[in-house]
Design a protein around this ligand. Structure first.
Ligand SMILES: Cc1cc2nc3c(=O)[nH]c(=O)nc-3n(C[C@H](O)[C@H](O)[C@H](O)COP(=O)(O)OP(=O)(O)OC[C@H]3O[C@@H](n4cnc5c(N)ncnc54)[C@H](O)[C@@H]3O)c2cc1C
Length: 474
C-alpha cells in the first residue's frame, strides 16, 4: 500500500490528509506527524479562550474550496447559534476554538471511518520530525525525535509558521519566569499584582489576543505594547461594492506603477467617504500573481516600505475585538510605543526592555511580566529548527529568494538545492510566504490542501488554483 507522510497536523496538514482520503481511489496509508499543538488545531485554533475570535467572517472559513458554505452549514448544526439568523451567522467572527472543533470533527470522520470498505488508513503520530532521507525506488524515510522512522513515497511539509524570533541579548532572560517566549503558553498564572506592568513585545494579532484575555480576566494593571511601527491592526467593516480595478496588463506593471494604481483607488474611496482598505481587499484574488511578477528587488522594496502597512490593513480584526482594544487605549490601561527593541535585561524589579526610537535616541521601559508577541521569525535559513536545517544540509530544499521560506513549483513540489523538482517532497502553508506572499490564511490554505492532495494522487485538478482564491474576506 502506498504511504504518504505529512509533517505537521495543523489546518494545512489535516486538510491535506482529509482531501487525500476524499479523492483517493486506491488503498492508501496517510501518516500525520504532529507535535506541540493539538492535532487539527495548530497554533491558531488550539486556544481554549472564548474571547479569541476568528479574524475572518464565517462565510469565508469553509475548509473545502469546492464547498464554500461548508463551515456555515456546520455552524448551523450547533444549537448555540439557533437564535442567530443566517445573515448574521455568515458575517459572524466565531471563537477560534469552535473552528478547531470543526477541523477536528472533519478529521475524525476519516480517522475512525464508519463506512464499510474504506481503503484509506489515516493515523496521527505524536512526535517531532527531525530529518528526511531519500531511499531507493522513490521512497523516503522521515526520522522522528523518538528515534522511530516512517517510510513513505511522498512527504508533505505542512509545518506552519516558523518559531517566534528572539531578541539580541535574550539569553539573560530566556529562563527568567518573568519572560514568556511563547505567547500561547500559559502565562495567565504568572500575572503581576494589579499595580504591576505587563510588556507585550509586538503590536499585531498576538498582542491583541493577549490584551483581550487580560481585560476578560479583569486584570487592572498597566499594559504597554511596543513594536517598530506601533500600529494596531485595523477593524473589519461593512464595505461597499467596488469594481475590480486590476487591469489586464497587470503582469507588465512594476511596483511603482502598482503602488500608484492602488493609492489612486484609496484616494477615490476616501473621497467617497469609504474605507480605503477596500482597495487592498480588491487585490486579494490577484495578490499571489502580482507578487510573483515583481522582481526580487521590488519584493525587498515592498517588504521595507509597504509590508507593515499592508499587514495592519489586510489582517484586520473583528469590530468587537477592535473596540475592546481601543477602549483600553482610551482609558489609558493600554499604551502603544514605537521603537526597535534592542536589549532585554533582567532587573531586581522586573525586566527592562531597551528600544531605539525613530530619531535614534535610546529609551527603556520596565515590565513585571514580558510576553513575546512578535510573531514568527522571518529569516528561514537561520531558523533553529532541526528538520529545516537537516533538509537544507542535504540539499533537499532551498530557501526562496527572500529567505522567508522555501521554493516550490506550481504543483507545490519542493525545488532541491540544484533547482531539481523533488519527486518526494511537497510543501504548503506559511512556508511559502516568500514565494506567494499570501499563504497564511484559510482562504488560501484550503485551496493548497486540496490541490497538493490531487497532485500527490496524480489526479487532474478539479479547478485551477486561481479559482480557489476566494474573493476577499471583509
Ligand atoms: C493566532 C492566530 C490566529 C489566526 N486566525 C486566523 C483566522 O481567523 N482565519 C484565518 O484564515 N487564518 C487565521 N490564522 C492563520 C493561520 O496561520 C492559518 O489559518 C492556519 O491555521 C495555518 O495552519 P498550518 O497547518 O499551515 O500551520 P500551523 O497551525 O502552525 O500548524 C503546524 C503544525 O505542525 C506542527 N509541526 C511543525 N513542525 C513539526 C515537526 N518538525 N514535526 C512535527 N510537527 C511539527 C506544529 O507544532 C503545528 O501543530 C491565524 C493564525 C494565528 C497564529
Amino acid at each position: 500500500m502506498r504511504t504518504i507522510a505529512i509533517i505537521g497536523g495543523g489546518f494545512s496538514g489535516t486538510m491535506t490528509a482529509v482531501n487525500l482520503a476524499r479523492f483517493s481511489v486506491a488503498p492508501l496509508e496517510i501518516k500525520i506527524i504532529n507535535s506541540k499543538r493539538p492535532f487539527g488545531r495548530g497554533v491558531a485554533y488550539s486556544t481554549t479562550r472564548p474571547e479569541h475570535l476568528l479574524n475572518v467572517a464565517a462565510r469565508n472559513m469553509s475548509a473545502f474550496p469546492d464547498h464554500p458554505d461548508h463551515f456555515f452549514e456546520w455552524l448551523r448544526s450547533r444549537s448555540e447559534f439557533d437564535s442567530v439568523s443566517d445573515k448574521e451567522l455568515l458575517e459572524m467572527f466565531v471563537p477560534r476554538r469552535i473552528y478547531g472543533d470543526y477541523i477536528r470533527g472533519i478529521a475524525s470522520i476519516f480517522l475512525n471511518p464508519v463506512l464499510p470498505g474504506t481503503e484509506v488508513k489515516l493515523g496521527v503520530i505524536d512526535d517531532v520530525a527531525t530529518d528526511v532521507v531519500k531511499l531507493d525506488q522513490g521512497r523516503a524515510s522521515v526520522k522522528l525525535q523518538s528515534g522511530k522512522k516512517i517510510e513513505a513515497e511522498s512527504v508533505l511539509l505542512a509545518t506552519g509558521h516558523q518559531p517566534p524570533a528572539g531578541f539580541p541579548s535574550l539569553s539573560p532572560v530566556s529562563h527568567d519566569p518573568r519572560y514568556c517566549a511563547d505567547p500561547w503558553a500559559n502565562w495567565m498564572d504568572r500575572l503581576p499584582s494589579a499595580g504591576g506592568t505587563i510588556l507585550l513585545l509586538g503590536t499585531g494579532l498576538t498582542m491583541v489576543d493577549a490584551v483581550v484575555t487580560l481585560t476578560e480576566m479583569g486584570w487592572c494593571g498597566k499594559i504597554i505594547a511596543i513594536s517598530r511601527n506601533g500600529m494596531l491592526p485595523r477593524s473589519h467593516f461593512r464595505g461597499i461594492h467596488y469594481p475590480d480595478f486590476i487591469p489586464e496588463n497587470v503582469s507588465e506593471m512594476n511596483l511603482t506603477q502598482l503602488v500608484e494604481l492602488v493609492e489612486s483607488h484609496c484616494e477615490k474611496l476616501k473621497q467617497m467617504s469609504q474605507n480605503s482598505a477596500i482597495a487592498i481587499d480588491k487585490l486579494r484574488p490577484h495578490t499571489q500573481k502580482l507578487w510573483q511578477n515583481l522582481t526580487t528587488e521590488e519584493k525587498k522594496e515592498f517588504l521595507n516600505n509597504y509590508a507593515n502597512l499592508w499587514n495592519v490593513i489586510r489582517h484586520r480584526i473583528a469590530q468587537s475585538i477592535h473596540e475592546r482594544v481601543t477602549d483600553q487605549l482610551d482609558n489609558g490601561q493600554l499604551e502603544l510605543l514605537r521603537g526597535d527593541i534592542q536589549r532585554l535585561a533582567p532587573q531586581e524589579e522586573g525586566i527592562e526592555v531597551q528600544y531605539r526610537c525613530e530619531n535614534g535616541s535610546e529609551k527603556s521601559v520596565r515590565g513585571d511580566l514580558v510576553i513575546n508577541c512578535t510573531g514568527p521569525q522571518l529569516r528561514f535559513s537561520t531558523c533553529d529548527v532541526p528538520l529545516y536545517q537537516n533538509l537544507l544540509k542535504r540539499g533537499l530544499i532551498q530557501p526562496d529568494e527572500l529567505d522567508m521560506g522555501i521554493k516550490v513549483n506550481e504543483n507545490f513540489a519542493v525545488l532541491e538545492a540544484d533547482d531539481k523538482v523533488s519527486e518526494i517532497l511537497y510543501a504548503i502553508g506559511p512556508l511559502l510566504r516568500g514565494s506567494l506572499w499570501e499563504s497564511i490564511a484559510v482562504p488560501e490554505l484550503r485551496g493548497q490542501a486540496m490541490r497538493v492532495a490531487q497532485v500527490m494522487l496524480e489526479q487532474e485538478p478539479v479547478k485551477t488554483e486561481d479559482q480557489y482564491v476566494i474573493e476577499y474576506c471583509i
